[in-house]
Design a protein around this ligand. Sequence first.
Ligand code: 13P
Length: 348
Amino acid sequence: MTAERDFSHLETIAARMVSAGRGILAADESDRTIAKRFEAIGVASSEASRRDWRETLFRAEEAMRERISGVILFDETLRQSSEDGTPLAELIAKTGALVGIKVDKGVAPLGLHPREPITHGLDGLRERLEEYRSLGAVFAKWRAVLKIGDELPSRAAIAANAEALSRYAALCQEAGLVPIVEPEILMDGDHDISRCFDATSEVLRAVYESLALHGVHLAGTVLKPNMVVSGADCFQRAGVEEAAEKTLSCLAACVPRSVGGVAFLSGGQSEEEATAHLNAINAMKRQDAHPWPLTFSYGRALQTSSLRLWGGRADNRAAAQEAFSHRAKMNGLAQMGAWSAQMEESAS
Ligand code: 13P
């Protein structure tokens, strides 16, 4: 028997992460991923350029104060200071947003399953979590990646990733950090929406079975799932209403009621698509079947247009902040089912 622990602090943090009208900014791109994003806008990735970009976002005062509940950072960013010497984590905390940290170490092929990824980073995690906490982090993120394809995802990949997510989540709670549990099923492929529904259901069931086995306190966790959508190359992609309806029925069937909250990833959806889906989901949700707050934890869907406007130049900072603030506001409204497409038109 494990000793009784007090998880009330974790429940409070989780509730703040998913508070009404707000969501999470995923700014935790690994060095490789951010280099790819910068390359697309012709900016070289260096410690200074990465700092400048992220500082631009964190200094978007209004968005940060009113729409962003928390920010997920990459290891480097948690240790960086802004141009005037203020630690970036402190800049974030000053706006009232919570500081989070990506703690997985990326993916590698699963043994004997070379087409499928397994997430690394459990070795030494207990010690790293202690350090992250001392640097100001109050929540963490671990991303598992699953693929839909010929006979994929395999049962082995589902089980291995569910186990890794659970071991990570248990260590986070032991260290006093709220774990974001992220089993992402990639949108890549030409599969239809029902394939995504089936795979997402199977993966979520396995994840919650494993979290229960490990004794993880669900009210002190936030789930970060993919929405149930058609594959990016599907011949006939499902519309917004169908995606919302299937996402909600999948969550109702597979996610325990005690989970602290749900914050979707955007996964390659366009900015407006990610907002429209979140809005439809919230407009359609029923408290009896979907008791959790449903919000965003977007990377690309909050940053793409802003990053393009920034282009690596200090004199574009204000325009970039305005674009980011607009996306944060649109998604904050979508969290309450109060967004409409006309709001996008009037802004442009
Ligand atoms: P996207 O919203 O760009 O999918 O990123 C969210 C994230 O944190 C993936 O791990």
